[in-house]
Design a protein around this ligand. Sequence first.
Ligand SMILES: [Zn+2]
Length: 252
Amino acid sequence: MTGPTPRTVCITVDAEPDCPPYLWGWRGMDEAAPLLLDLFERTGVTATFFTTGDAARHAPRFVEHLVSAGHELGCHGMTHKAFPDMDVGEAEAEIEESTRLLRDFATVTSFRAPFLRFPDRFLPMLAARGYRVDSSRGKYKPSHWTPSAPSELTRVPASISSSWIRLPRPIRDPLVRSLRSPVVLFVHPWEFVDLRATDLRWDCRAGTGPGALTALAEVIRLLADEGADFVPIGSLAEGRSGSPSHDPPVGS
Ligand SMILES: [Zn+2]
């Protein structure tokens, strides 16, 4: 068989208030998050929902629904506050409270910090609570290229920024085709609410609404046509229990 090498792909959703730190409403969770579940059901994608404790409190039925649909529930902190702004006590409280709350719904072993910013000094807090995967870095961010502290956690960075999925197709598709396995895409429910007429930052509002849902569906189709294996990010955990349940992360 010829064609591109099949890639492992993680579709991840950061389930949170609308466009923090600018809006803080819940239109994304209320109006758009169910549309994502429908899209994943139609396309056969098993996704990971990195959910804040506050979002789970706001929408417990939705969290139950995503878990019963077979998706992975991950942790995205409690309040969506930036971890670098916290002292040790605050960070412990954020992780402890969100972990306890989310584990009432499902086993939770994957973590992503808000704004993809998580100081290495806090990593032991995750390991101590049984987390196995951290996805708090982005390959497109300069911080990804700084050395990271050794950790028991498997680090699986996001491949591209969420707003890139909303780029015009002639730019987006070659970019998506170029991504190395494991491909980690992330979106937010609020991107699927039409925010184009707001005065938000350009990359937060451009292409939002129904067009964003079409764009995500097109990206999933493109990846599927190239033989993508869509897996929850927690399945990329290495070590501890032996061999990883899927291909280990490749590259940096
Ligand atoms: Zn977030």
